[in-house]
Design a protein around this ligand. Structure first.
Ligand SMILES: Cc1ncc(COP(=O)(O)O)c(C=O)c1O
Length: 402
């Protein structure tokens, strides 16, 4: 990879055609009446929200989900016209922004509804999806009385209740007991709200795991995150899923500095590594401020198709590895992805840090350029990203996918 246009030797590669194929396969598996909502929150789990939104819509997604208002506004300001649901409640004082940009918002508190109406101006109604807490214990209406108390406001003309949804805590687990309890609770909620005469058109609950494992949870729409990126929600689902997913993201660098150190020499902060013999050591220019965390210490990267151990403590911008022999500076390093016969997967790294695979790309920071491929051709390069949605991206080369 010619990195001169990236301004640094550390970058992420994203294969958009794989995301497209993953979505198409799930789409084909779903009954045609079931809508596909692509979860592009948190910069599409680090894959680039705008790029993933575009390819998802091209692949047949009907709607998008983001977490916070600024994520939705960024998509709208960049020409995304598809329905967008904001999953984390917005501030009541932002109600007019949501209406202006035609966003649907999540509601689960009577107090929020009352406060929102103090700010709302104009006749255009606010589109909402009611969030039920059927057992995740995060946000949502957990008692019928709370929902009952909201009914008088939900029936007002300034609100359209488009949807009602819940989120599962254990859809990726082998044991279905808790999942079934949550699904039953949600189906009861649906019956109850229908009996109250509220006209809601989209009931939804299934994330990637539920979609790939439990057909009875598909309802009117599924909300898919990890599966779009080729991440299986569990090993069991990898074995049994009705689709064959491909990972879309890899992370790359190049050796910045290679040197031979003497037996007994120390490497890195806190002298955390001491050489057992005379050793070849290399520095890789990516660190925890890029999302390559200290907890990856003790893991490895791939150089020349072989596993090279990370030694010492990972620094803010660099880390060190041990090599079996001298390699020239500029030699490619694979941090996530394939190199020869070896591969480092998000699952491998997640196991090392006792987390879930999606945490790893989600934490890659704006400093790391993103190179987008479509059928092996570079179609877009993002070299810098500001935290402020209005300025993002600061600099990019954009070749549209035909
Ligand atoms: C409310 C909600 N729906 C859908 C999703 C997508 O889940 P997944 O990435 O497991 O498909 C998430 C992600 O955590 C979520 O919070």
């Amino acid at each position: 990879m010619d990195t001169s246009m990236l301004h640094r030797d550390a970058w992420v590669e994203i294969q958009l055609d794989r995301i497209e194929n993953n979505i198409k396969q799930i789409r084909e598996y779903l009954p045609p009446s079931v809508k596909f909502m692509a979860a592009v929150k948190a910069d599409a789990y680090g894959h680039g929200d705008l790029q993933v939104a575009r390819i998802a819509l091209k692949a047949g997604a009907d709607a998008l989900a983001v977490s916070i208002l600024s994520e939705a506004l960024y998509l709208r300001k960049n020409g995304i016209k598809a329905p967008i649901l904001v999953l984390t409640p917005i501030l009541p004082s932002d109600v007019n922004i949501a209406i202006e940009y035609d966003l649907s918002v999540t509601v689960f508190q009577l107090s929020w509804l009352k406060e929102m109406r103090l700010y709302k101006v104009g006749k255009k109604p606010l589109k909402i999806h009611l969030k039920m807490d059927t057992g995740l214990g995060r946000i949502g209406i957990s008692k019928k009385e709370e929902l009952e108390a909201m009914l008088p406001i939900l029936n007002k003309e300034d609100i359209v209740v488009e949807g009602m949804y819940t989120h599962f805590a254990t859809a990726n687990r082998e044991d279905s007991t808790y999942f079934n309890k949550q699904l039953k609770a949600f189906l009861d909620d649906i019956q109850w709200i229908k009996s109250k005469g509220l006209d809601i058109s989209i009931f939804h609950c299934a994330n990637s795991a539920a979609t790939l494992k439990y057909k009875d949870s598909l309802l009117d729409m599924v909300r898919i995150g990890v599966a779009m990126f080729g991440i299986y929600p569990s090993e069991e689902i990898r074995r049994t899923a009705p689709v064959k997913l491909q990972t879309a993201l890899s992370v790359h660098s190049k050796l910045l500095h290679v040197k031979k150190i003497k037996k007994g020499s120390f490497v890195g902060y806190d002298t955390a590594y001491q050489a057992n013999s005379d050793e070849w050591i290399a520095t890789v220019p990516i660190g925890y401020a890029d999302g390559w965390f200290r907890c990856f210490q003790g893991f490895h990267v791939l150089v020349d198709g072989q596993k090279m151990p990370i030694i010492g403590k990972i620094c803010m911008d660099q880390f060190m590895i041990r090599l079996p022999k001298k390699y020239p500076t500029g030699t490619p390093v694979v941090l996530i992805g394939k190199d020869g016969d070896n591969e480092i997967t998000l699952e491998d790294l997640a196991k090392h840090i006792n987390s879930v695979p999606q945490e790893i790309p989600s934490m890659i920071t704006y400093r790391v350029p993103k190179v987008y491929y479509y059928n092996h051709e570079i179609v877009e390069v993002l070299t810098e990203r500001s935290w402020s949605p209005s300025q993002y991206p600061l600099s990019k080369v954009n070749v549209n996918i035909k």
